[in-house]
Write a protein that binds this ligand. Structure first.
Ligand code: ADP
Length: 481
């Protein structure tokens, strides 16, 4: 796990050089409240250096043979797996996620590099004869410099899903990790160099969102942006992209429902629904944070969920609990505020308290919390809580289920639980959401599954074979003989 526990100082990585700043940003261990490390507090000068480094490297990188780029990107994936334990520990320490989840995240990150290396193997343009004397070919060309602004909840996975397709198609990157969890991005940049990609192919500028992030998004030297984070910041990023007239992918979270019909297989559904809100402490864009349940099975479902929640082991990240801490004290206060709202406007059935002392030390722990009869008008129904808080609402008919499912500003993921094929098809058709799962749930695992939002959950798609398209432009050559 490197030297993070000793409060190490970690520099930004720009053009293959370590760059430190006078002021620093502290990275807090959410399991203890202690300082894990300090990182560079990059500002406009460092951003400029990083963008310039990416720009000059990209001129060479784009001309490296595709087969060689594929080999190098695949090698990054291999090195990630070689260092799995170190990366997983660092990921878990900085985010508070249970170490088993940390390992899973690193495996998925490695798979992005392997997967997009494979996708690139057969990612070609087309060729056709327009007339007897005119031949047309289309080529996929890189944008140039891609900016990756990354949140703290899945720092490695979310970076991997945009960085791997960007690099393999010939772009060079400037990465702004979240100030709360920047350590693994720095480790990844070192592995990218070790794999043999040129210095400057991946630059990591640590620092605050309002300074480093804002300077990167406004830089005239970037050609594409990938952003995952909040709606508010997504708006700012979208504005910056409009100003520079560059393409942008925005993944802005959700308020995703699991929808349980009377004929659902509850033995299968209950653990998956519980996991969909408890995984990563509910700090997942695609968390199943709403439960819409048919009135006829409501009591059974909530009782079984309450029993499941009561058995959850809460603890520090490296003790491999079921549920770790939230990312920060601020986030815990926010989550507790939503739970208070639940006490006023609905019924808190289980959990609801913050935990401290003993093994919890000064960490940011909150019990898994089940809140019943949450009305559609409540902020708890409408807003992303980003905590282990499940809002339950009952419905009487399929039409009402659709209406309730679509009654928020978001549209990222939905889960449908039914044995009836017609109900399943109807829900897939009518629920406004980037992904709809039937009798399963989980967006993070499958790198093959195109992912992205409808409505305020954002636009653009990452992941899957489709995900590579966002990182290239089509050039058409029309050649007359
Ligand atoms: P979260 O709610 O997950 O913290 P944010 O949207 O606040 O999400 O942050 C996601 C990423 O965006 C982080 O890397 C953060 O530093 C960055 N960020 C925050 N504010 C800005 C901003 N004004 N401009 C650019 N990036 C920002």
């Amino acid at each position: 796990m490197g030297d993070f526990n000793n409060g190490a100082v970690k520099a930004a990585i720009i053009g293959g050089e370590y760059v430190m700043t006078d002021s620093v940003v502290e990275v807090i261990n959410p399991s203890t409240g202690g300082v894990l490390a300090t990182t560079a507090d990059c500002g406009p000068a460092e951003i400029q250096l990083a963008v310039d480094a990416a720009r000059s490297t990209q001129k060479k990188w784009r001309r490296v043979a595709q087969v060689e780029r594929i080999r190098l990107v695949r090698e990054v994936g291999r090195l990630i797996l070689r260092d799995l334990e170190d990366l997983a520990s660092a990921e878990s320490l900085q985010t508070g996620k249970p170490i088993a989840q940390g390992r899973r995240d690193i495996e998925i990150t490695a798979r992005y590099f392997d997967f997009y290396a494979s996708v690139a193997e057969s990612f070609y343009g087309s060729s056709f004869s327009l007339t007897d004397s005119i031949e047309v070919t289309t080529r996929f060309e890189p944008h140039g410099v891609t900016a990756h602004i990354i949140p703290w909840n899945y720092p490695m996975q979310i970076l991997g899903r945009s960085l791997a397709p960007a690099l393999v198609t010939g772009n060079c990157a400037v990465v702004k990790p979240a100030e709360e969890a920047p350590l693994t991005a720095l480790m990844l940049a070192a592995l990218v160099r070790e794999a043999g990609l040129p210095d400057g192919a991946v630059n990591v500028v640590t620092g605050m969102g309002e300074t480093a992030g804002a300077a990167l998004s406004a830089s005239p030297g970037i050609d594409h942006m990938s952003f995952t984070g909040s709606v508010e910041v997504g708006r700012l990023i979208g504005r910056a992209a409009a100003e520079s007239l560059i393409p942008v992918t925005l993944e802005l979270g959700g308020k995703s429902p699991n929808i349980v019909f009377p004929d659902a297989d509850l033995d299968k559904a209950i653990p998956v629904i519980a996991n969909s809100i408890l995984q990563n402490g509910g700090q997942t864009c695609s968390a199943g944070s709403r439960l819409l349940v048919h009135a006829s099975v409501h009591d059974e479902v909530v009782n079984r969920l309450a029993a499941h929640f009561a058995a959850v082991r809460v603890g520090p990240a490296l003790s491999d609990p079921d549920l770790g801490p939230l990312i920060s004290q601020m986030q815990r206060q926010r989550v507790l505020g939503f739970i208070d709202l639940g006490r006023d406007e609905a019924k808190v059935l289980s959990g609801g308290r913050s935990l401290s002392g003993g093994t919890f030390q000064e960490g940011f722990f909150v019990e898994p919390t089940l809140i019943d009869d949450v009305p559609q008008g409540s902020r708890l129904y409408q807003e992303e809580v980003f905590g282990p808080v499940l809002a339950v609402t009952r419905f009487e008919s399929t039409e009402e289920a659709v209406e309730l499912a679509n009654a928020t500003d978001y549209g990222l993921v939905a889960g449908v639980w039914t044995a009836n094929i017609s109900t399943a098809h109807q829900m897939v058709r009518d629920v406004v959401s980037g992904q709809v799962f039937v009798n399963t749930y989980g967006a993070s695992g499958g790198v093959e599954l195109p992912f992205g939002g409808f409505k305020k959950s954002g636009f653009g798609r990452e992941k899957g074979v489709e995900g590579i398209r966002g990182f290239v432009q089509v050039k058409t050559a029309i050649v007359a003989s």
